[in-house]
Design a protein around this ligand. Structure first.
Ligand SMILES: [Zn+2]
Length: 87
């Protein structure tokens, strides 16, 4: 996914394997982000995953919120995790 080498329509379009990058569920491009975080077809399972993440986050007594987002897919170069944060 990080190398944009998937069989999703966006990558296939860029590689000349598809005529259009559009997802078959709507008018959006079928990117990794759309596929994993926004595609309506997977909303129910995504919500279940968010609930599990929330439970784990709560059990770790974190006061902030871990939201499934684009940053989890590919952190930007400015994002970093220290050993302390990774505990
Ligand atoms: Zn879609």
């Amino acid at each position: 996914m990080l190398l944009n080498d998937t069989l999703l329509n966006e990558d296939s379009f860029k590689n000349g394997l598809m005529e259009y990058p559009v997802c078959d569920c709507d008018e959006k491009r079928e990117t990794v982000s759309h596929f994993l975080l926004r595609r309506p077809r997977y909303e129910e399972i995504r919500n279940k995953l968010q609930n599990v993440v929330d439970d784990i986050w709560t059990s770790a007594k974190r006061k902030d919120h871990m939201h499934l987002s684009d940053n989890l897919l590919a952190p930007t170069q400015n994002d970093y995790v220290t050993k302390r944060m990774d505990r």
